[in-house]
Ligand binder design. Structure first.
Ligand code: BV8
Length: 247
């Protein structure tokens, strides 16, 4: 699907453009991974993600939260990057300065080939122990919550839950990327969860041109440009038009 693209938007792109791309669950929707806005399915229909993705939820029922992540990780393992992820890889081949900041924990940007990716909410493929935070690869255990090989404390997903601070080095990298950005994309996010929800306002304040890509018009926020549609439909045509613009 090729959207008519505002020539003023295309004119923004120069070889030395500094681009920040913020993505949310919507960019992985076409890979078959449910977004947070989608109703939880089956057994999980009665639970809210905010309750499960929290330290309180885990301490109340570690096995249930661990099993929820096992269920989600099984879906991720069957998923592949889609045309939206690929278009962001292609954009970075055109422009040397592209930073991807993702709220997603599925690892699909890296799997697609994006190099400069900040997984600000962590990874569903990693765990850490609740003792001293010893890192561990994901351990799948149907019977019980796995424990740390070093200190025997319980393992949990190495993911930033609601009410938890983000990694300081990630926040510093995000801050410097936003401060020097000239173009800011917000793709596939409802812009509800902070601090990610505040990044577009920061980019606007730093003078970057802001572009939102989403099938839901209400997600435009204070973006200067809005491209209505699915990431996998909109982004490939946009990146081709940018390539022509840079010729
Ligand atoms: C923090 C990992 C400092 C987990 C996630 C009270 C107490 C404590 C904190 C707070 C509080 N009140 C507010 C807060 C802050 C809180 C927050 O923002 N809460 C919200 C609910 C108001 N934030 C935090 O707690 C953060 N930490 O603030 O620390 C602090 C600490 C203590 C006390 C005070 C402050 C940590 C937040 C991180 C939570 N972890 N993820 C996991 O994945 O299991 S958040 C999770 O939800 C996602 O990562 C993402 O960030 C968010 C979901 O948003 P989206 O990605 O946008 O997905 P969504 O489903 O909402 O929307 C999908 C969009 O895609 C839609 O717009 C749809 O139209 C679009 N779409 C659909 N299909 C497509 C598409 N777009 C394009 N193409 C398509 N095909």
């Amino acid at each position: 699907m090729t959207l008519p693209i505002d020539p003023k938007l295309l004119a923004l792109f120069k070889k030395d453009s500094k681009v920040v791309v913020l993505t949310g669950a919507g960019i992985s929707a076409e890979s078959g991974i449910p977004t947070f806005r989608d109703a939880q399915t089956g057994f999980w229909a009665d639970y809210k993600p905010e309750e499960l993705a929290s330290p309180q939820g885990f301490s109340k029922n570690p096995k249930m939260v661990y099993d929820w992540y096992r269920w989600r990780r099984d879906i991720v393992l069957k998923s592949r990057p889609n045309a939206g992820h690929q278009a962001i890889v292609d954009l970075a081949r055109l422009l040397p300065n592209v930073t991807v900041i993702t709220q997603d924990v599925d690892g699909l940007h890296t799997q697609a080939g994006s190099k400069n990716v900040i997984e600000m909410h962590g990874s569903i493929h990693k765990m850490k122990c609740v003792g001293e935070g010893h890192p561990s690869e994901w351990i799948d255990d149907i019977a019980s919550v796995p424990t740390c090989k070093i200190c025997s404390a319980m393992l949990r997903p190495d993911i930033v839950w609601f009410g938890e601070m983000l990694d300081r080095s990630d926040l510093n990298a995000i801050e410097s990327a936003l401060a020097s950005s000239t173009i800011f994309f917000s793709i596939g996010t409802s812009g509800v969860v902070y601090p990610a929800a505040g990044f577009m306002a920061e980019a606007n304040a730093y003078g970057a041109a802001t572009i939102s890509v989403n099938p839901d018009r209400s997600a435009q926020g204070d973006a200067r440009f809005f491209l209505e549609g699915k990431a996998g439909d909109v982004l490939p045509g946009l990146v081709k038009a940018i390539a022509r613009q840079l010729e």
